[in-house]
Design a protein around this ligand. Structure first.
Ligand code: BUP
Length: 469
């Protein structure tokens, strides 16, 4: 291994929520000190076309990244027939988990270190150990959620195995109410629950944990994870966030959206006054129910504010054929024309959030979205819907940078949030000086953490130093 840059092999799992932070981690590692030699294992075929486009743009933009393809077609076929109707992203986690023990070994030859996605921890760590390659786990969500995940198996063991989950006091962190526990975890037999618990138990076997988090935003969780307060035996935890977004725009066809509209939303945004626009997106993974989409449309219209709204009609983008006019009605689109920009296309979200016209982010609180809002200093109107999102919403609300109405509906609940209530909260959030000031404080703290000598920068440097040994 000597003086050569360390060769670090990265293995993301499925979905943009995992691929995006892995890309950011790869870039951060390339730019550290004397740099690193990076390989990225790409599982094919991708679940979504957003992932395909992102990978094409990434490898075209950075030819120094080595691409190691992993063909999962046969694993996908058997896994999906075993779990009919399960979330396609969870099915992909499962087929990756089955492929890893069989296919990973040869890809780690000559690796100085291996970084596995959290969804693969329990299957990837033993393979790396067998080959004597140091194995790190990258947790792509909040440090608070990492603490929750590390503690959850202990909670289950003391609670009779998980048939009735209550409020959970994460040692050293704080109480996560039952209502914020990811939906799937209430069912011990759910495919996600089985993976979640196995990965949580495996964390102590890793050589270290990386988190896209920083101490100023999650002081309790980062301190608890680093001080063995959460569970005994955790390896070193490197809080390296918020990782810096990577600009992949100049790569021609690969980066363009499918409908060929280019970045017309940016042209529209440039015409809007400072802090006048509400940006609305519920992430790449889930679609709102149609009746809720219509209430949201009514709420945005009634708020009186300008808005840029990314509408999603299906879980996987390849299956999202619905027309906007059918979803929202031609009359609505005509009424808001000019004041609202509504699209089903992929937008460069980080670029949107950094634009001065954006004054508020109505967000599902996927962790990448939260970190992007934090870096840009944009306040959040939190509407978590699923999985870790309520835990993340609580993190931003505790920093006073989010307005969060906890009873707003959660996937699986039948309640619909009305247009009137949405309009009222949008108006309150847009008018709130407290929120704006808190978001600016978070932005400044994020910038300090990732600058040379900042806590996250030092953590990343320490991680690279260990990979060199
Ligand atoms: Br949609 C969309 N443009 O149009 P999260 C998303 N993104 O750049 P999720 C775009 O995808 P998980 C779009 O900036 C973020 O980096 C967005 O990740 C980007 O939520 C990423 O925010 C989405 O974590 O994933 O998609 O629900 O469930 O894994 O958190």
């Amino acid at each position: 291994r000597g003086e050569a840059p360390p060769h670090i092999v990265l293995l993301p799992s499925a979905g943009m929520g995992h691929l995006v932070p892995f890309t950011r981690l790869a870039m951060a590692l390339l730019s550290m000190g004397h740099g690193c030699d990076i390989s990225i294992i790409t599982a094919l075929p991708t679940v979504s076309s957003a992932e395909s486009r992102h990978l094409a743009a990434l490898f075209a933009s950075f030819p120094c990244l080595r691409r190691l393809d992993l063909n999962l077609a046969s694993f996908d076929a058997s896994t999906s027939s075993e779990f009919p109707g399960a979330d396609p992203f969870y099915i992909r986690y499962e087929s990756l988990r089955r492929a890893v023990p069989v296919l990973l070994g040869p890809l780690l030859i000559n690796a100085s270190a291996f970084v596995a996605d959290i969804a693969l921890a329990s299957v990837a760590i033993p393979v790396a150990k067998e080959l004597r390659v140091p194995c790190y786990v990258f947790f792509t969500a909040s440090a608070t959620m990492l603490a929750f995940k590390a503690y959850f198996p202990t909670y289950l063991d003391s609670n009779g195995g998980g048939n009735s989950i209550g409020d959970i006091e994460v040692p050293g962190v704080y109480l996560i109410p039952r209502s914020s526990v990811p939906q799937a975890l209430h069912d011990p037999d759910n495919i996600f629950t089985r993976q979640f618990v196995a990965n949580g138990r495996a964390l102590t076997e890793a050589d270290g944990l990386l988190a896209n988090a920083f101490d100023a935003m999650e002081p309790e969780a980062v301190a608890a994870l680093q001080s063995a307060a959460v569970v005994a035996g955790l390896p070193p935890v490197f809080a390296v966030g918020p990782l810096v977004p990577v600009d992949l725009r100049d790569t021609g066809e690969a980066a363009k959206d499918e409908q060929g509209s280019g970045n017309s939303y940016m042209a529209w945004l440039y015409k809007q006054p400072v802090r006048s626009v509400v940006y609305v997106s519920f992430g790449s993974r889930k679609a709102l129910a149609m009746n809720q989409i219509r209430e949201l449309a009514g709420g945005l219209e009634a708020s009186g504010y300008r808005f840029l709204w990314i509408v999603k009609g299906a879980v996987v983008d390849r299956e999202d054929g619905a027309e906007l006019s059918d979803m929202l009605g031609e009359e609505f689109l005509l009424r808001v024309d000019g004041r609202g920009f509504v699209t089903k296309s992929w937008v460069e979200q980080d670029e949107v959030l950094r634009h001065p016209a954006v004054g508020l982010f109505v967000s599902h609180c996927g962790w990448n979205s939260v970190t992007e809002a934090a870096r840009s200093g944009v306040p959040v109107l939190a509407w978590p819907r699923f999985a870790d999102q309520r835990v993340n919403a609580r993190v931003v609300a505790r920093c006073s940078a989010a307005l969060w109405t906890e009873r707003w509906s959660w996937e699986g609940e039948e309640t619909v949030v009305t247009a009137e209530e949405i309009a009222e909260k949008v108006k309150a959030a847009m008018a709130s000086v407290t929120l704006t000031q808190a978001a600016a404080r978070v932005r400044d703290a994020a910038a300090r953490a990732t600058a040379d000598g900042g806590t996250s920068h030092r953590s990343l440097a320490e991680f690279v130093r260990r990979c060199r040994v």
